[in-house]
Each structure stands twice: as structure tokens, then as C-alpha cells.
Design a protein around this ligand. Structure first.
Ligand SMILES: Nc1nc2c(c(=O)[nH]1)N[C@@H](CN(C=O)c1ccc(C(=O)N[C@@H](CCC(=O)O)C(=O)O)cc1)CN2
Ligand SMILES: [Mg+2]
Length: 283
């Protein structure tokens, strides 16, 4: 039997309806949640993502401010903008769209965002909070994956989860979230000797490499939950993930599509973090 689909767009609609109610409650108490979105340069994919973020804010009643700058913006100028937003009481969340132009030190920019406004969850203070299990902000993509697991009733406790990829924004935080949920976690990466050996043992596989067909049907245990974080283009220019979807869906128990899977949930978790930031500020 073919795998069941984990519909990230539908789950997003559910979450966004709940978030609208939290925004209404905040407004009634005199707080309008505010998100600042900064885009530097003209990366076409980034332009789509920030536009979708602004649109999603409108949907749930969050006030958003989009600031766009040319790729020639200096690092100092960007840091000055971030510091000004840190001091702005109308702004509860600050997001700097990645990637940044090569002359800007992205990590330095992220470390300049006040941790309590770092709704991307990329600041070391938030990464550290996740590491030790303290409250903070969780990075949106892996957070969205956890919500998808919860939604299908997949409790990671006691399960073997294999995360393919070790980036700071997806792979590493994903592994920590699964560990916090009491999964046995294996992290695989470009130097892993026999990837299939690991993935075949997994109850949950998260593919977050940025390369097509990293996971094929022969690498998956029957019934496994497969989450595809990849965002690639095939030869025809069609959007696809890291997973060979047509093959793997014949073996897996659950699978996320691309598009319409993890992507929409990433934006929804940004909304959740922003509402949470405003609620914390209003306490
Ligand atoms: N500051 C950040 N930068 C980046 C992040 C991030 O979380 N914070 N993640 C990615 C890009 N990203 C969000 O910014 C993102 C990527 C994709 C989607 C999405 O909804 N994808 C759709 C398809 C969209 C399309 O048609 O191109 C889908 O999967 O259905 C949302 C957010 C890197 N940068
Ligand atoms: Mg750089």
C-alpha cells in the first residue's frame, strides 16, 4: 500500500487559524505582534519566500515590515538596521532572510539580533537553549517537522530517527528536537560511509541535504515516516525534494510532498514564534 501523505499546507491552515485567535487575544490586551523581515539582494527564491512570509503574517493579523536592500549593502549598515529593530518596541520578531551576499558575515548578523526577537531560532543563545532543553525559539523548519510528526500521531519516543544533513538551520536542530522527544538519533552526512545501512534501520527519516534522490525506495524500511526538507529543481525546472518521492511512497508509511510539505510549515512556525515572542513581551 502506498504511503499516506503528510499535507503541510492543510496542517498550516489549521495552525494559522489557531494563531489568528492568539493574535486577536493579544490585540485585545493592547499588543499588536510585529515582525520585521529583511531581504538583502535579489535572489529570486528568497524574494518568493519573504513575499510568502509577509502574506502569511497578513493572514493571521501579524503586523509585518519588509525591508529590502541592494546586494551592495554593507555589513555595518545591516548591523545598524538590526540594532535599531532590536530597540523598536513595535517589533517582536526580526528575520534576516538567508543566504546573505558573500561579503556579509551571516553569523555575525544573526548574533546581533536580540535573542528574544530571534524568531528564526538561529542565535547561539537559542541554539544553546535547544541543546540544554530550556525555553527559547526553535528553528522553523525542524520545528515544523516535529509538528508534522505530532499531527500524524508519530511519537518519536523509542523510535530510531535518521537525519540526513548536519546544517545549523535544519540537520543539527532537527536531531536535537528528536533527541529531546526521546528518539534514538543518528546523524548522517556527506562523509557517512554507508548511508543506506543507517536509513534502512530508521523508523523516521528526515532528508535535509539539498540534493535530489538522496533517499530511494531501497534505502527505506517498510512503514517508515519520511520527511523531505529538500528544495531542488529537476531537469525540467520542476520543484522537487531530496527524496525519490514516487519510489519511496511505495515503501514508506507516511511521506511529505515537495511542494506542499515542510515548506509551508516552515512559514507557519515563523508565525508561531512571532506570536510567542509578542506574548512573552506582553507578560
Ligand atoms: N532567515 C531564514 N532564511 C532561510 C530559511 C529560514 O527558515 N529562515 N529557510 C530557507 C528558505 N525558506 C524560508 O525562509 C523557505 C523555503 C521554502 C518554503 C516553501 O514554502 N516552499 C514551498 C514551495 C515554494 C516555491 O514554489 O518555490 C513548498 O515547499 O511548498 C518556505 C520557506 C532558507 N533561508
Ligand atoms: Mg557569507
Amino acid at each position: 500500500m502506498a504511503a499516506q501523505l503528510i499535507d503541510g499546507a492543510a496542517l498550516s491552515r489549521l495552525w494559522r487559524a489557531r494563531l489568528s485567535e492568539r493574535v486577536t487575544a493579544l490585540k485585545a490586551r493592547g499588543t499588536l505582534p510585529g515582525l520585521a523581515v529583511i531581504l538583502v539582494g535579489d535572489n529570486p527564491a528568497s524574494q518568493v519566500y519573504v513575499r510568502n512570509k509577509v502574506k502569511a503574517c497578513q493572514e493571521v493579523g501579524i503586523h509585518s515590515v519588509l525591508e529590502t536592500y541592494p546586494a551592495s549593502l554593507t555589513e555595518d549598515a545591516l548591523l545598524a538596521r538590526v540594532r535599531a529593530l532590536n530597540a523598536d518596541p513595535a517589533i517582536h520578531g526580526i528575520l534576516v532572510q538567508l543566504p546573505l551576499p558573500a561579503h556579509i558575515d551571516a553569523q555575525r548578523v544573526i548574533e546581533t539580533i536580540a535573542p528574544e526577537k530571534d524568531v528564526d531560532g538561529f542565535h547561539v543563545a537559542n541554539a544553546g537553549a535547544l541543546m540544554v532543553g530550556r525555553p527559547g525559539f526553535w528553528p522553523c523548519t525542524p520545528y515544523g517537522c516535529m509538528k508534522m510528526l505530532e499531527h500524524i500521531g508519530c511519537d518519536p519516543c523509542g523510535k530510531h530517527a535518521v537525519v540526513i544533513g548536519r546544517s545549523n538551520i535544519v540537520g543539527k536542530p532537527m536531531a536535537l528536537m528528536l533527541l529531546q522527544a526521546n528518539a534514538t538519533v543518528t546523524i548522517c552526512h556527506s562523509a557517512t560511509a554507508d548511508l543506506a545501512h543507517h536509513t534502512r534501520q530508521a523508523d523516521i527519516v528526515v532528508a535535509a541535504v539539498g540534493k535530489r534522490n538522496v533517499l530511494t525506495a531501497d534505502m527505506v524500511k517498510p512503514g517508515a515516516v519520511v520527511i523531505d526538507v529538500g528544495m531542488n529543481r529537476d531537469e525540467a525546472g520542476k520543484l522537487c525534494g531530496d527524496v525519490d518521492f514516487e519510489g519511496v511512497r511505495q515503501v514508506a508509511g507516511w511521506i511529505t510532498p515537495v511542494p506542499g510539505g515542510v515548506g509551508p510549515m516552515t512559514i507557519t512556525m515563523l508565525l508561531l514564534n512571532t506570536v510567542e515572542a509578542a506574548e512573552r513581551a506582553a507578560r
